[in-house]
Design a protein around this ligand. Sequence first.
Ligand SMILES: [Fe+2]
Length: 369
Amino acid sequence: MVKNFKFFLPSKIFFGKDIINEALPEVKNIGRNALVVTGKRFARETGLLEKVCQILKHNAINFHVFEGVTPEPSTTDCENVARAGKQYMADVIIAIGGGSAMDVAKAGAVLMTNSGTLQDYFGEEKFQNQPIPVVAIPTTCGSGSEVTRYAVIIDEKEKTKKTVSSERIIPKIAILDPLIIKTLPKMLIAGTGMDALCHAVEGFLSIKASHITKIFSIESIRLILENIEKALSSDENLEMVFLGSLYAGFVINHSGTIFVHGMAYGLTIKYRIHHGTANALCLPYAIDFLKTHGYQEEIKELEKFFNSQQLIRLNKSLKLPSSLKDIGLNRSDIPELSEMALKGCERSFRNMKSRFNQNDFEEIFTKML
Ligand SMILES: [Fe+2]
């Protein structure tokens, strides 16, 4: 029997080498005055920013560039983007970057048409007015943000990551050009690729998973596991991981993530561990915990593709940390990490069969030592 499901995918998706030349001119169908939002280095240093500007000029699309997005963005980044957008009277935002730039663009688009602060809009469908449209050009192979309804932003006041969630912030156009990511540093290929694997796996285990999201989860898991090690040195394999991350985006757009992401937030906020790397570190231990806490059947299905020991070996082979010791933490850090995990998991518990408590997190983190 097929459980009822809804699947909504409003993004026009372009995937392929050099496809940016064909895809970017479509911006003129949704806006005339673009704000190009990106981080401080990658787009400029790789020549991508210049290429985007040339295509926009060639197609008579006015634009201004905002290069101020920080790697783990906070509400301030989003306010800065909204301010720049209003100043230039932008009617479309083009985000170039990883999850950070795309999420800041999505949240900035909300603030451009809705008064107040971003704190007012954390949660599900909390804003009134339609945000200006966003075009997403991912430069990493992990976040899936180019096709999702989420903007994940650090709330500085509460010291945790929070999410603006709405179907109205899903990018209108997603441009995935594998030539763009071929200069990505190896650490980021590993970290963001494993983030995508976590999306596929957590989405599979979510109580919101459907027949269709499970198809994308399994294909994403296959693409990433078969290709990620070789992707560090081969563009062909990297392209497959990129595709896997897109599919994982389709998954979490509907299913959300579960407690792996919530656990990892503390590692990122307090210890500045890269988002995907922190998730990759938590995933095998989370899988082991779930196996004895109500998810036996689901984990058995996933074990057709991998088990926790293989994930630990994979992290090692990708030169990612595989224990808390590897990132310089010890037993005394566990109580605070567990407290942060509990806070970070507030949303993800809604996608799970049951909630876990602080003792559960202490047990998992102790195994991670
Ligand atoms: Fe993620």
